[in-house]
Design a protein around this ligand. Sequence first.
Ligand code: FE2
Ligand code: FE2
Length: 487
Amino acid sequence: MTDSRRSLADVVERIESVHRQQGRVFLVSLGAALRSLKLYPLENEQVQRALNDLVEGARALHQVDPVLKMQVAGEFVFINKTRLRLALDQYASLGHVLNTFAEGRLGTLSVDEAVSRNEWQELVKVLLDAEPPEGNSEGNAVRLQSMLEDQGVTHIFLGPPMQAPQELDAEERSKELARRTYQKSVAVTKDVVNGMRMGRGANVRRMKRAVQGIVDQVLNNEVSLTGLTAIRDYDEYTFTHSVNVCIFSVAIGKRLGLSKRQLYDLGVAALLHDVGKSRVPLELMHKEAALTEEEWHVMQSHPWYGVLALFQMQQTGDLPYRGMITAYEHHMKIGVTGYPRPIRRRNLSLYSKIVAVADGFDAATSRRTYQRAIQPDEVLREMWQNRRRGYDPVLVKELVNLVGIYPVGSCLILDTREIVVVQSRNPDPAMLNRPMTVLAVSSDGQVQRDGATIDLSEKTAAGAFKRSILKVTDPAKYGIRPGDFLI
Ligand SMILES: [Fe+2]
Ligand SMILES: [Fe+2]
């Protein structure tokens, strides 16, 4: 490659990275501005701050392009032709923007660099009234545009919806759908747990819908959703943990041949397995130091609290009775050596045993404030070999089949001295020990951000494998977070 071509490639890459990073800032602040102006008057401090952020975000984008063009197509947002990939916590803002554009029958927003702060303010006001009058949805962009002009806005242009872009293939769409299903489930779980904490009822119907979304997704394309469980959002641990346990449980249930109806029940039970923790004081949940004996006692009461919480929920809807058993039994272990200790011998229900395996795997692979995460392959080995852990070996075997020998999110060192993060199992069942990965650190030690995929089953023309795994490593040693490479 010649020098001038390389430098052109560098420039393109730099601009795209500005689009991606600043585009996210812009989208999040547009969402925040829409939300805050809906709730508060214009003078409100929060509204003003959101507008400032919006102006700043746009200014950064205008430094690389004189016209900022945002396009919304289906579930995707493009900033100057670069598709935005968002972190999970940014989906709420994305939702506001997508809804506003959908209601207003809008597809594009173009903004000239000469735009003023006042014009942004008028735009947000007009967008809040975006919904078209009945029977007049076709030319709504034109109507909104003239509303803007009436307010003296001359640097902002709204356009009608566009077709979903062709270049996104089925796989990209399915991944995006998986991200949305995941994010929605985290939001619902948060709502349920916080609601219980504050003594408010839970929206059972919304929760069931979220579980249905997970079941449908697991039945259609298991890989895309299980892959998301490796994206650990530590601030949201309580909620992502419940969603992860739900995903793993449903996927194990599917492998056992449970019916769709049974998978729904199992999914709801799994999502709520730790709901009793809503009755454990927050200080204790977030405590970084080791817990005292008394504090452990309170923490270990969460199975019981869960049963009580579910009884209360019962009054607001028809929750499956199964959920109570799972909440009660999920820490009991196969030999009933765990907690709570029942008075009589008992056989754990199948759902409890499935949830216990999913719970054990997710809890051990998540880095928590007071413990170091163990690498996923080690966790599987321990769950499989150490019978005192009390997991059903048949179910652990299903989990291994599901997540592979190198589970998603594992960090591997290759014989090429590259470091990769496991993205998914290899679709070829004969290649379970050669997963699909994302390049995280190149052989010269540079951290990579462009998400290049490496298939470890790839061979050279001579028939030898191009790369092989030397060993599993701790990503923290290299200062990387596997989740960053999987979004
Ligand atoms: Fe638990
Ligand atoms: Fe749990």
